[in-house]
Design a protein around this ligand. Structure first.
Ligand code: OGA
Ligand code: MN
Length: 288
């Protein structure tokens, strides 16, 4: 079989055409998909009218799935492998816990010792305008740094928090923020990671990084801000405009992403995600 690919942007991403992910697939056919995933960082499969079970089953081809113990409030009660990313209010009318998921530049599960290999997001409902997701190619971001900057960041570890720096706790709900802190103590991750499969170096930074280990917040902030700004230059970015039944898989080891909040909050935006476990990385910081 020869895979039909259409590149999504200069920076990264490809659409896989003519594939139904719910159909049985040989090892060889999946091997081609996996190679394309490593080469492009993101793969988009459109028009996949699949069930939750089929979403989980296809995701398993990429590796063992996270049961989301680090995010217990957001997983589906009957399918712990599925993380809800939705603004649909709870049955009692209170706001959804996951309505602000992903609203900062990040790589999934970076705040744990088992950061995600990949994530597969399925679009179930999107507002008629807005609610796109941005993705950045972190190989490109690393490669474009000067030799001096590469040397400077070579030994640095960023301390990742499970919450966000951008949205006040009062908005995401204090109980959730407190719970997140308790379940997920701050974890330090290398700022430069070698991708275990491609062997390429990628920048590993984002807006969940509060400071560098061994440095103060004040000292760290200018460099964190610079690296995030650098990595998210338009030429390193792909913007995903969602359609219902899109399934998008991304490689968290060489990309980061951000959900945009530019839509009418009274309109339903409902996505479901599976998370493929990655290799262990990082260490817990006592005084994060
Ligand atoms: C995620 C995430 C972005 C979005 O599911 O990991 O960050 O646009 N979602 O919903
Ligand atoms: Mn995410």
């Amino acid at each position: 079989m020869s895979l039909k690919l259409r590149r999504l942007s200069y920076a990264l991403g490809a659409e896989v055409c003519g594939i139904d992910v719910s159909r049985p697939m040989t090892e060889a056919a999946f091997g081609e998909i996996y190679r394309a995933f490593l080469a492009h960082g993101i793969l988009l499969f459109r028009d996949q009218a699949i069930t939750r079970e089929q979403h989980i089953e296809f995701s398993r081809r990429f590796g063992e799935l996270d049961r989301h113990d680090a995010l217990p409030r957001d997983r589906h009660p009957d399918h712990p492998e599925l993380l809800m990313v939705t603004n649909e209010p709870k049955p009692d009318g209170s706001p959804s816990d996951s309505r602000y998921t992903g609203r900062q530049w990040h790589s999934d599960m970076s705040f744990t010792m088992e950061p995600a290999l990949g994530s597969l997001l399925r679009c179930i409902a999107v507002p008629e305008v807005g609610g796109d997701t941005l993705f950045a190619n972190m190989y490109m971001a690393y490669d474009a740094l000067s030799e001096g900057m590469k040397k400077l960041i070579a030994g640095l570890h960023g301390i990742h928090l499970s919450g966000t720096r951008k949205i006040a706790n009062t908005e995401t709900g204090i109980p959730r923020a407190e719970e997140q802190k308790r379940i997920n103590p701050p974890v330090a991750q290398p700022v430069v990671r070698v991708h275990p499969e491609t062997g390429r170096k990628a920048l590993y930074i984002g807006e969940k990084v509060r400071r560098f280990d061994g440095m103060t917040e004040e000292e760290s902030k200018p460099l964190i801000d610079y690296l995030v700004r650098h990595a998210t230059r338009p030429e390193f970015v792909y913007r995903q405009h969602w359609r219902k039944n899109d399934v998008l898989v991304w490689d968290n080891r060489c990309t980061m992403h951000q959900a945009l909040g530019d839509f009418d909050e009274t309109r339903l935006r409902h996505m479901e995600r599976t998370t493929v476990l990655g290799t262990p990385s990082g260490y817990v910081v006592a005084n994060g």
